[in-house]
Design a protein around this ligand. Structure first.
Ligand SMILES: [Zn+2]
Length: 582
């Protein structure tokens, strides 16, 4: 009855295979059907299943390759129920927490023509313990590294993330290193984009000594897991099937443990039995935030899912709408921000990451504003800005030289971005700028009118927003959503202040230059001897714009951009005014 007992693992290793024609980008893994056996007390994992590969290159392919985490070993490789020749090699790459994968290079029985498919039956097993080699070898302190790379199978804590963390299911990606700026995130983004329409079905099975375990994953639950005593009275086993389809940009992640589910209408919190009280705090926070999110997005269509990571140091992780986190409610403000994010996911469905993730990040910033005011919200956003500035640098430098941006960078328009710094951080700013331009009411009406089923064209959202704004926003979407034009870089080019002949007022003419490629409507503040005046000025990419302000007292300085527009360089935004006629 236990299907594991049927796992007849054997290895077949061929000494000679010709890898000359290996093209790591040739095959797309379109379908996975796996059974995973997880033994927490032994830190062990064994997998068996079928994977369908499609040749998306223009050449017939006789050789395929598959990578799994370096702590796992290939046990079985078959095509049409016949063993096929394969060789295994260690391959150094940071797509896995160990900084290396076990790559099987497989000689197929026949060449697969372009667009043709081949189904491989695979088996692999080994252990998955906490490992942060890829971070420690570039100098990250061990405790910090292990807080980030917390994935492991163990008796007290079993939670494992997929692509980009642990290759617990086979993938095939050219080596990428964390030490070369954005390379790893680009390589992972490319793989996710290729796999976006793929399907991954996994039957998660576990064995335990006495008590049944619960499997929680960020896919669709296909059936209720049932536990049964193992034969010969030794322990207990159970299986829970999940499907991740389409994969989209989701990182398939599972947690297995002695979970208790706290179920409320808005939220389910899977927690270890001792943490019932703190799980309740999460539910309370969700309840408190629900009216705020509903105001922006309408009522939720799904429950928020929170899964406890039983390690206080583990960095929270969110993917596929499920939030994996150590439970901690000592500081209610960050908890409220996270609940705003999760409720946004359960209220706004979209297959476009800049909408799905962008709006969730935006609502966190709006909630931060509700907590402590606009400036705190702007500081909260600018705390996330440096990686975006770094990622935009290539586009910005090319533009400065009048050259087209490098292909890899240019593909990160919000509409097709696969790197999360774009569809998280840049998208958050885009929504914030739209809110500043339109006001809350108009943007809320636009978001309420969004229907994911009708979102067939990239311009669908633009039209919804324009219908509420009652003006053309084509330039804004061109600069920020449909293309990656980098970020603006504002400077106050000149300020002329003249004292009015009649009264005591000053007439101030301010010219702002945008050295960057993306235009924006940017706030501009004129500080005077008494008080200040803030106006908004639209400055397109690579151009200048002027505004005249009547100042009731002597102008002192002009500051462009309060931080609500993401900028390459904020160091040149202040201008000291020297007044004439005073
Ligand atoms: Zn999210």
């Amino acid at each position: 009855m236990n299907r594991f007992l049927l796992f007849g693992f054997f290895a077949l290793v061929s000494a000679s295979a010709c890898f000359a024609e290996l093209d790591r980008g040739a095959f797309t893994f379109i379908n996975y059907d796996l059974e995973l056996r997880v033994d927490p007390s032994g830190q062990a994992l064994a997998a068996r299943g079928r994977i369908t590969l499609r040749n998306d290159s223009s050449q017939p392919q006789k050789v395929a390759a598959m990578q799994i985490s370096s702590t796992l070993s290939w046990r079985l490789m078959q095509v049409a129920e016949k063993p096929v020749q394969f060789e295994t090699q260690p391959y150094t790459t940071d797509i896995d927490h160990t900084g290396s994968v076990a790559e099987a290079i497989i000689t197929l029985p026949a060449a697969v023509p372009p667009r043709g498919t081949v189904e491989l039956e695979v088996g692999y097993s080994g252990t998955i313990s906490a490992d942060a080699t890829r971070l420690t070898r570039i100098g990250t302190p061990a405790t910090v590294a292990l807080g980030s790379d917390w994935d492991q199978i163990s008796a007290s804590f079993t939670a494992v993330r997929g692509i980009g963390f642990v290759a617990w299911y086979p993938v095939e990606i050219e080596a990428a290193s964390l030490s070369s700026s954005n390379a790893l995130f680009q390589a992972l983004g490319k793989w996710k984009a290729r796999e976006a329409q793929s399907s991954l079905k996994v039957n998660f099975c576990w064995i335990n000594d006495e008590s049944p375990l619960t499997v929680v994953a960020n896919g669709q639950l296909l059936g209720i897991g049932r536990a049964s005593p193992k034969e010969e009275g030794q322990g207990i086993t159970g299986c829970t099937p999940y499907r991740f389809a389409p994969l989209g940009l989701t990182v398939p992640t599972f947690a297995i443990g002695d979970f208790v589910a706290l179920q409320q209408p808005l939220i389910t919190v899977y927690h270890i039995p001792e943490h019932e009280a703190v799980a309740g705090d999460y539910a309370t926070a969700a309840q408190k935030l629900a009216p705020f999110v509903e105001q922006w997005l309408g009522p939720p269509h799904d429950r928020v899912r929170v899964v406890e990571l039983n390690s206080a140091q583990a960095a929270p992780f969110e993917s596929g709408g499920v939030f994996f986190t150590p439970l901690n409610s000592e500081d209610p403000k960050p908890l409220q921000l996270q609940m705003a994010h999760q409720l946004a996911h359960s209220s706004l469905a979209s297959e476009r990451p800049w909408i799905y993730e962008g709006v969730a990040h935006f609502l966190q910033a709006v909630e931060r504003e509700q907590q402590d005011g606009r400036q705190t919200a702007l500081d909260y956003m600018s705390g996330q800005l440096p990686p975006l500035v770094e990622a935009e640098r290539a586009v910005d430098e090319a533009a400065a030289k009048g050259q087209p941006p490098p292909a890899e960078a240019a593909s990160q328009s919000l509409i097709s971005a696969t790197d999360d710094v774009f569809y998280h951080t840049k998208a958050m700013y885009v929504w914030w700028m739209l809110r500043d331009m339109l006001g809350d009411q108009a943007l809320r009406r636009a978001l309420h009118s969004y229907r994911t089923g009708q979102d067939k064209e990239p311009s669908y959202m633009q039209h919804l927003i324009e219908a509420q704004a009652k003006r053309d926003l084509g330039w804004f979407f061109d600069d920020w959503v449909y293309n990656d034009r980098g970020l603006p870089d504002f400077r106050v080019a000149s300020v002329y202040a003249h004292k009015n002949a009649q009264g005591g007022d000053y007439l101030v003419t301010i010219t702002v230059e945008n050295l960057g490629g993306a235009g924006a409507q940017v706030p501009l503040t004129l500080r005077m001897e008494t008080g200040e005046i803030t106006k908004r000025l639209e400055v397109r990419g690579k151009s200048t714009s002027s505004i005249r302000i009547e100042a009731p007292s002597a102008p002192l300085e002009v500051v462009v951009n309060d931080g609500s527009v993401p900028e390459m360089d904020m160091g040149n935004n202040t201008f000291k005014v020297e007044t004439s006629g005073k």
